[in-house]
Design a protein around this ligand. Structure first.
Ligand code: ADP
Ligand code: MG
Length: 369
């Protein structure tokens, strides 16, 4: 899916399109200026956003928006756009796989808020090379991924495309008023947890794009490809965290641990220390790393599209969390702690040495170093 994401993609935006809220005085140069950072752009869009509305509990900046729609239920809204050649490659992914992953990307954002998914709108821009059957397969993937949650497809839009396939899903969900899991709730001393295992999807993607075939058992290969093409959204885990009021902050891992942890730390004004030896890594990912001579922890840290949840558990709740976790079938691993902001983001090796956490996750528009 992220086959071509490592290619540098540039989007030239006219400078005047970026003149937001007085941030960039009018009358300055009107030369086309390429966007250099996805997250810097989002921060500017945040500043330009409409004036606050009493019904908007959370606007731009978290995994979903949170809207105060009633006294018993608040609405979650999220959208994700997938572009051929950026998020997926039709040479290595089936239409059904692409639809499946697109739905999971949205479901995962609802999971990160602890919500229950509800209604879906789907827009497609279809190139002339695409058949009706292939679009049906795309939708079959979306339906398969969302069927366990009884998500209802209620509309969308259809267009021709002159530049590849585009797929955009908007998903709503619900959450109890005031209970959504946010990125800004981490406190110094909290433990950092992650669901599932990290790096499988990245390893699966690398297997798809690598020409070099190395010794890897058929079972491990199948596992990694399945984790890439058919990831899970941790909806049940998110709702469980809310039900027992166990988490301080949460985010889903779409760009990679190193980048998504940064979002929690920035929003919560804290630092973090990751224990490299604690990162949950599957046997298949270990086998992949050994076959290709790569450090498995690096694959886990960089990851991307794991769609696991990263969350914090307040220090005083840790014992209760572990006890309640023992009563479930959920797989959660403690991978570090929240530290003061001045300590920054660090990794601690098994030998006890620490170093700054490298920024190796995915970000649109960033030039490769
Ligand atoms: P995620 O990886 O969880 O989907 P993103 O990094 O895509 O989150 O987006 C972070 C926040 O920025 C979200 O609140 C999202 O709605 C908002 N956002 C992203 N792109 C845009 C945009 N083009 N216009 C307005 N808001 C945006
Ligand atoms: Mg997210």
């Amino acid at each position: 899916m992220r086959e071509a994401r490592d290619r540098y993609c540039r989007l030239a935006v006219e400078t005047h399109d970026l003149e937001f809220g007085g941030l960039m005085p009018s009358g300055r140069s009107r030369r086309a200026r390429p966007v250099r950072s996805e997250f810097a752009l989002i921060r500017r869009l945040q500043a330009q956003a409409a004036k606050p509305d009493r019904q908007v509990a959370i606007g731009i900046g978290d995994d979903t928006a949170v809207i105060k729609t009633s006294s018993t239920e608040w609405t979650l809204m999220t959208t994700d756009l997938l572009a051929e050649g950026v998020h997926f490659d039709l040479a290595t992914s089936s239409y059904e796989d692409i639809g499946y992953r697109a739905a999971i990307a949205n479901l995962s954002d609802i999971a990160a808020m602890g919500g229950a998914p509800r209604f879906m709108l789907v827009s497609v821009a279809i190139p002339s090379t695409c058949s009706t059957t292939q679009i049906h397969q795309l939708y079959r993937g979306m339906m398969r991924a969302s069927a366990p949650y009884r998500v209802c497809l209620v509309g969308g839009d259809t267009s021709a495309s002159k530049h590849g396939l585009f797929l955009s899903i908007t998903l709503t969900g619900v959450v109890r008023p005031g209970r959504a899991l946010l990125r800004n709730g981490a406190k110094v001393g909290d433990r950092l947890y992650v669901t599932g295992t990290l790096g499988d999807s990245r390893a699966g993607l690398d297997l798809l794009s690598s020409r070099r075939r190395r010794t890897l058992s058929a079972a491990h290969r199948r596992f990694l490809l399945a984790r890439h093409h058919r990831p899970s959204a941790r909806i049940a885990e998110g709702q469980w965290l809310i039900k027992h009021r166990l988490a301080g902050a949460a985010i889903d891992l779409s760009d990679g641990l190193t980048g998504d942890l940064r979002h929690i730390c920035e929003e919560s004004h804290v630092g973090a220390e990751i224990l490299v030896g604690s990162l949950p890594i599957s046997a298949a990912c270990h086998a992949y790393a050994a076959a290709y001579g790569l450090p498995p922890q690096e694959i886990a840290l960089q990851g991307g599209e794991d769609y696991e949840l990263l969350f914090t558990v307040p220090a005083g709740q840790h014992a209760r969390f572990e006890r309640l976790l023992g009563q479930t079938s959920f797989h959660c691993t403690c991978i570090g702690t929240i530290t003061p902001k001045r300590s920054g983001l660090r990794v601690r090796t098994e030998r006890g040495t620490t170093s700054p956490l490298p920024l190796t996750s995915y970000e649109h528009f960033r030039r490769p170093s």
